[in-house]
Design a protein around this ligand. Structure first.
Ligand SMILES: NC(=O)c1ccc[n+]([C@@H]2O[C@H](COP(=O)([O-])OP(=O)(O)OC[C@H]3O[C@@H](n4cnc5c(N)ncnc54)[C@H](OP(=O)(O)O)[C@@H]3O)[C@@H](O)[C@H]2O)c1
Length: 186
């Protein structure tokens, strides 16, 4: 996810207007459109919480398009929500069981879009292999946290860092096991 420097992914009311920052970092890399396209191709399916889905629906209604292409998109919810496309499927229940038993056998690269509730649940339940955290050059003071109510420490290994011309810093971490060991080695 993309977050403010103070660790928020949305304002309290869900707005993400602050994602459009105006910084310039002369020494930064440019994000080529071809790179994003190629990267998106590596994702096999998306998983998101219902509030993130509602934001995506709002963006679409505003003419900003649907960010998840034709990839299967699993929305976690206990509610009846509008289904605007065939690729969207709703699910409710234990997240670890859903990811490990239903998604992992079918999909190699599972991208958890967010938001804070779902990303914290992924780390709490030990189902995340990697965390991608893009820090934007802004402080917003309050909002929805990147990881809502995480109740234990999660050890990480810094695997990649990139600074962009826009002032954004992209961090990629690998999640370590409960005793801090690399999970890739097991
Ligand atoms: N900056 C970024 O990169 C970024 C990325 C993603 C999202 N966001 C923002 O983050 C905000 C949403 O984050 P959030 O933490 O408030 O919510 P969220 O994680 O998107 O959704 C949480 C909701 O999903 C449902 N849910 C979660 N786990 C479930 C399960 N196992 N079974 C059934 N339902 C489940 C529950 O709602 P119900 O059961 O009531 O439906 C829960 O309240 C939005 O404003 C969005 O725009 C920002």
């Amino acid at each position: 996810m993309a977050a403010s420097l103070d660790g928020f992914i949305a304002r309290k009311d869900g707005r993400v207007d602050w994602l459009e920052t105006k910084d310039e970092f002369a020494g930064g890399e440019t994000m080529e459109p071809g790179f994003v396209e190629a990267f998106l191709k590596t994702i096999d399916c998306y998983v998101m919480g219902s509030r993130t889905y509602e934001t995506a629906l709002r963006f679409e209604a505003q003419g900003l398009g649907w960010s998840y292409g034709d990839k299967p998109t699993f929305v976690l919810t206990h509610r009846e929500l509008p289904r605007t496309r065939q690729t969207v499927e709703f699910h409710s229940g234990d997240l670890a069981q859903f990811v490990n038993e239903r998604l992992r056998p079918r999909f190699r690269s599972i991208w958890v879009v967010g938001g804070g509730v779902v990303s914290a649940e992924c780390l709490r339940r030990g189902i995340a292999d990697e965390v991608r955290y893009s820090i934007l050059p802004i402080l917003i003071g309050d909002g929805v946290q990147f990881f809502e109510k995480l109740d234990r420490d999660v050890a990480l290994h810094l695997a990649e860092i990139k600074a962009y011309k826009s002032g954004m810093v992209g961090l990629r971490y690998e999640v370590r096991g409960p005793r801090g060991e690399s999970r890739n080695a097991t």
